[in-house]
Design a protein around this ligand. Sequence first.
Ligand code: ZN
Length: 337
Amino acid sequence: MTPVKYKELYSWPILGHSHIIKFLQTCITRDSLSHAYLFHGQKYTGKFLTTTFFSSSILCQSSNKIKPCGSCSSCQQLKRNIHPDLTLLTPEEDKKNISIEQIRNLQHVLSLRSFLTSYKIAIIDNADSMTEAAANALLKTLEEPPPKTILILIAESLTNLPRTIVSRCQTIQFNVIATEKITNWLTSQGKSKREAQIIARYANGRIGKAEILSSNDDILNSYKDRVKLLLEIIKSNTNQKFAIINSMLPKQITLSAYGEINSLLDDWLTLFRDIFLAKNNKSLITNFNLQDTLVKISDNYSYKKLIHIINNIIRSKKLIKYQVSPKLIFENLALSL
Ligand SMILES: [Zn+2]
């Protein structure tokens, strides 16, 4: 079957994902919108930004060729986050999940008539955090969607969503984009070539991450500091390892601390992937400004040992989800180096 070719009709300022953008824009202009979309892919790959332009273009009332126009009453309301036909659902503050009450409220909102246009849109961010009861309740809406309703679910992975939900949505996968594209974008934003290369490598193909790192030097510097400490752990004795871990972990284990700990594990994973790559494919190293150090460290590790460590870190990321003590996880990891 020949793949369908879509044209980009409106210029949405989104880097990469051109085939997704063309497809969504075609859905709008042909009025062939699905009642539910599921955008999935790694964090920071542009899912939310695409959702923003997609939903605002659907709601935009302008008859000209640029959508969203940014100036009609609908676009103005969207800018001020007060559009009556757009609902954004995220896990409630201090709670990890989207609850059944939130889904029931959403169902009530969707049952009311549209205020301004013919469409009502609901965005469910972190849809994979819905409780089982919430997912079951949402399933009813997906099975019998109210007319002119569009649900956009955003999730990192499909594995945490019931198959019954996934099968009722038009799924769209967001992949990472080429590092070179991100480097070029960063230089066009005024970054020096060297800076752009460093940020693009850290971002690992995730444009959202590149944006965050480039707009805030503190975030980039604290990343560099964390990597330095992780390198320290490798060459330290057991007592020193534990002391460094203690200094790195958040003092109180709150919900946001778990996010921080997960990022720390991601940094550790990237570092050990780099040590692995230092042995065979240096051009793909993320922390390429540390290349010489990484090559030296890699001499002390066999491939087998590195794969074992990388698997350990991946397993630790799963354990964190089950709220196993972060101190225990990190100490075990440190001892396995
Ligand atoms: Zn508009």
